[in-house]
Design a protein around this ligand. Structure first.
Ligand SMILES: Nc1ccn([C@@H]2O[C@H](COP(=O)(O)OP(=O)(O)OP(=O)(O)O)[C@@H](O)[C@H]2O)c(=O)n1
Ligand SMILES: C[C@](O)(CO)[C@H](O)COP(=O)(O)O
Length: 222
């Protein structure tokens, strides 16, 4: 099943504390964003890539695409203040109806087998996410004191790519903007419009590179 992917790379990487966009940090032979792009470049089911970046880093990203022979990026879009804004701007630039994936550039470890599963689920239901059951005990903490222990039997840690029918996710984003909803993932907007989101078991190694410790495992996971 063919799909288009919107890859998000317009953040600042503040929690990484590297003083630069973590997308541009090198892991093994290439920057983080190139490892992510390579997966989709090499996936024959991927029909094209919309890359969302900081306008100020356009030349840097264009040089990287050339250096690493990434040919499937058919448009580069300037992102927004928040991740949600960047996603909306990326989605608005996607022309062909069908299955669209929204993927964090900071998740370079996703494998094409996982991608195929979430695409198939979205083709059936309209919206699907990769996720893994949480392994830790989760507690609600306020002022450094435990308020509540959450029953973890139904808690899952949600990842990306998240997969949607384009018309559905665009409608959900537009609704979210109309009520000033602030969400940290795109499936939340589908939930807001009352539609189901299918959950596909992912891989614990599909982590999001967020803080310096995440780089320590990156070489093993690639
Ligand atoms: N305005 C934003 C914010 C984030 N992202 C992207 O969304 C993904 C997930 O966001 P996150 O891990 O939070 O990245 P940053 O926002 O860069 O990290 P931080 O919050 O530590 O600054 C990343 O690939 C990031 O580049 C984006 O495209 N536009
Ligand atoms: C979309 C996401 O990766 C799902 O877990 C996560 O919500 C992104 O959060 P961030 O704070 O924007 O990195």
């Amino acid at each position: 099943m063919e799909y288009h992917v919107v890859i998000l790379a317009a953040g600042q990487g503040k929690r990484m504390g590297a003083g630069k966009n973590k997308m541009l940090l090198n892991v093994l032979d290439a920057p983080v964003v190139i490892h992510t792009l390579r997966t989709f470049e090499q996936d024959t089911a991927c029909s094209g890539i919309t890359l969302v970046i900081n306008q100020a880093e356009k030349d840097v990203f264009q040089d990287l695409l050339k250096k690493f022979h990434i040919k499937k990026v058919n448009q580069i879009v300037n992102g927004g203040k928040e991740r949600q804004d960047s996603v909306f701007l990326g989605l608005k630039a996607v022309s062909e109806e069908g299955i669209v994936l929204i993927h964090d550039g900071a998740r370079p470890f996703v494998k094409k087998e996982q991608i195929a599963k979430v695409v198939q689920a979205a083709d059936l239901t309209g919206a699907a996410v990769l996720a893994v059951p949480v392994k830790d005990t989760i507690k609600k903490v306020i002022n450094n004191k435990v308020k509540e222990t959450i029953d973890r039997s139904s808690l899952w840690a949600v990842q990306t790519p998240q997969a949607f029918r384009l018309s559905l996710i665009l409608k959900a984003h537009e609704y979210g903007r109309s009520i000033n909803a602030e969400v940290t993932d795109d499936a939340s907007l589908i939930e807001l419009i009352g539609r189901d989101v299918a959950v596909v078991q992912g891989d614990y190694r599909n982590i999001k590179i967020t803080t310096p410790e995440d780089l320590l495992v990156a070489e093993q996971y690639l």
